[in-house]
Design a binder for this molecule. Structure first.
Ligand code: IP8
Length: 246
């Protein structure tokens, strides 16, 4: 099985609130048609979920956030998710809507439910989940990142490969020189970045990538603006991006 995270920077225009990148979502979906392994897709919030999370000052820490904020963030993610689902269906794939509240309670996965995700994927359907505003318990909510979902699912489903699709070529040693790191074997210091992401942007992805690769799964970072790179990574052809070896 292949786990694919479609970053918010690729499925939305992050410069413009509430703007999906329908064309690119469709292009990526079409390229995934060439994969014959079960696939599970997770997507981020981009200029939908993050836009509202910032407005309502909501973060990953469980707190008593504004319930109007919770409702608004959740609605925006359902909207973005339905755009992704439609695009996948239009591209000839069979998406299966999977809100994270389906397989998580509070901030913990429901193991039995998670294991069923792989059976759903084996039928040819593509389960599609997403970062979301979640009920934590005791009147608290939190923002669950799609990157964290990648970690949670990898641990229980042990995919062959976990791919983070972003709008850059991979992980750079620093943002100034844009020197691309082809392979990361030891934990690297994460340089600070300017981001509107309430969940931590690239630093969070790198953190999850280490967590996933330590569990034995290879993790790839690829540029989704060139969808062929995703399928090349899956098929083991001419890889362009960054690898964290599992
Ligand atoms: O973009 C966050 O998911 P991410 C989703 O994967 C929300 O970090 C609701 C901001």
């Amino acid at each position: 099985m292949i786990l694919v995270k479609l970053g918010g920077s690729i499925i939305t225009n992050k410069e413009k609130p509430l703007t999906p990148n329908r064309k690119l979502i469709r292009k990526i979906a079409s390229s995934l048609k060439n994969v014959d392994e079960p696939i599970v897709v997770i997507h981020g919030g981009g200029s939908f979920g993050h836009y509202w999370s910032v407005k309502y000052d909501m973060h990953t820490k469980p707190q008593k956030y504004s319930i109007k904020g919770v409702a608004t963030v959740k609605n925006s993610m359902v909207e973005l998710n339905s755009i992704v689902l439609e695009s996948f269906l239009e591209s000839g794939l069979k998406p299966y809507c999977l809100p994270p509240s389906d397989f998580m309670i509070g901030d913990k996965p429901l193991t039995k439910k998670v294991k069923e995700i792989s059976n759903i994927a084996k039928t040819g359907l593509i389960p599609i989940s997403y970062g979301d505003a979640m009920w934590f318990g005791k009147n608290k909510f939190y923002i669950l990142s799609g990157d964290r979902i990648m970690g949670v699912l990898s641990k229980l489903l042990r995919p062959r490969l976990a791919i983070f699709v972003t709008n850059v070529d991979g992980v750079y040693s620093d943002m100034k020189s844009k020197n691309l790191l082809n392979e990361i074997t030891t934990e690297i210091p994460i340089t600070s970045e300017v981001t509107m992401d309430v969940t931590g942007g690239m630093s969070r992805k790198i953190k999850e990538a280490f967590y996933i690769s330590k569990g034995g799964t290879d993790v790839f970072f690829v540029n989704g603006k060139i969808p062929k790179r995703i399928t090349n990574a899956i098929n083991g052809k001419s890889f362009e991006g960054t690898i964290f070896r599992g």
